[in-house]
Design a protein around this ligand. Structure first.
Ligand code: FES
Length: 104
């Protein structure tokens, strides 16, 4: 499922934070190819860009997968290892906002 033909295009105003598309990663088998990972969280084709970022300050991440592989792709849009899940969704509080870490 390559997305070579779906190029990014952005303009416009600044956004505060990306929308949390889901509070869990999507684990998916992908064929080698180039993909556009959604950074804004607005795409209805998660975790990939569908162009819904237009008019925001977000741009999709162009990501080249060198070989067929199972990957865990971030959907909370808070990962530090774009586009892969780094577990940041576990820090999200109720209502999908970034909350304080639970105290123990
Ligand atoms: Fe989210 Fe394009 S739709 S970055």
């Amino acid at each position: 499922m390559s997305q070579d033909e779906q190029g990014p295009e952005t303009s416009g105003e600044a956004n505060v934070a990306a929308k949390v598309a889901a509070n869990e990663p999507v684990v998916i088998d992908l064929a080698a190819g180039t993909y556009f990972w959604c950074r804004c969280g607005l795409s209805s084709n998660q975790p990939f860009c569908d162009g819904s970022h237009r008019g925001t300050s977000f741009e999709p991440m162009r990501w080249k997968l060198e070989a067929d592989r199972k990957v865990s792709l971030c959907q909370c849009k808070r990962t530090d290892k774009e586009p892969l899940c780094d577990g940041s969704h576990r820090q999200l509080g109720p209502g999908n906002s970034l909350g304080d870490a639970p105290s123990s």
